[in-house]
Write a protein that binds this ligand. Structure first.
Ligand SMILES: Nc1ncnc2c1ncn2[C@@H]1O[C@H](COP(=O)(O)OP(=O)(O)OP(=O)(O)O)[C@@H](O)[C@H]1O
Ligand SMILES: [Mg+2]
Length: 233
């Protein structure tokens, strides 16, 4: 289980995350929802050690992550798919995946397993990733994260800008990972993208988790969405 206890993050003098506290269990999907600028990306970056942070406690399956340098977080089994994908555009599909493999010294089996989620990538192994379609780039970014055989995977708006059929594919992958016992921390803007996959929803605003609900509660009472996102569904 991933446990984050009172995580603060800072951009210079400005505090962008305040007391961010969540848990993600194996085989569970926790969705973080919130408006633009709520601090969702900052929360994920802070978990990965990519912004200046302070935290009371952070552990994965009893291993303390709080004291580890950024490059060690992925090594401990936290896969990260950043917003906008952040691939190495000049490198091929294969080379991008090899970077994932090197992160945690995982081997051929991890490589093949990651590709099994996205068979279309096997036809594109020697293509530069910058020339892939948007959907293919998203698949590659997720496959790269899967190459570390993550216990927890963190996805920052993976469906942003994708067409509905591709959104469905990403959703299926999330559900498959959940079924295999991977914990998923999923950031999305659009509620319709998360309702079918989420087990719990944490609503963020101004760098804080304002409230957390089980998915059944949100489905049963859509005024929750109005209250925390300001939308009328
Ligand atoms: N590199 C940075 N330097 C300074 N401030 C930043 C930086 N990145 C983000 N911020 C600020 O931190 C706050 C949270 O931003 P963040 O990107 O985490 O929001 P978000 O919830 O991911 O938004 P979106 O839905 O638009 O992706 C915003 O006020 C933003 O302007
Ligand atoms: Mg963001």
């Amino acid at each position: 289980m991933l446990k984050i206890d009172r995580l603060d993050a800072f951009y210079g003098q400005s505090q962008a995350l305040r007391g961010f506290t969540i848990t993600v269990s194996p085989g569970e999907v926790l969705c973080l929802l919130g408006r633009n600028g709520a601090g969702k990306t900052t929360a994920l970056k802070a978990i990965m050690g990519a912004v200046d942070r302070k935290v009371m406690g952070m552990e994965l399956d009893g291993v303390d992550l709080a004291q580890l340098p950024a490059h060690q977080i992925a090594k401990r089994g936290v896969g990260y798919v950043p917003q906008g994908r952040r691939l190495f555009a000049e490198l091929t599909v294969r080379e991008n995946l090899e970077i994932g493999l090197m992160t945690r010294n995982t081997g051929q089996a991890a490589f093949e397993r990651a590709l099994s989620y996205f068979p279309v990538l096997t036809e594109r192994m020697d293509q530069r990733s910058g020339t892939l379609s948007g959907g293919e780039q998203t698949m590659l970014a997720i496959a790269r994260a899967l190459c570390i055989e993550p216990k927890i995977i963190i996805l920052d708006e993976p469906t942003e800008g994708l067409m509905p059929s591709m959104i469905g594919k990403i959703r299926d992958v999330v559900l498959k990972l959940r079924g295999e016992g991977v914990g998923v921390l999923l950031v999305e803007q659009r509620i319709d993208a998360v309702l079918p996959v989420a087990d719990r929803i944490a609503f963020m605003d101004h760098g804080e988790v304002k409230a957390e609900f089980g998915i059944e509660d949100v489905r049963a009472d859509t005024s929750i969405l109005k209250k925390y996102l300001g939308i009328g569904h």
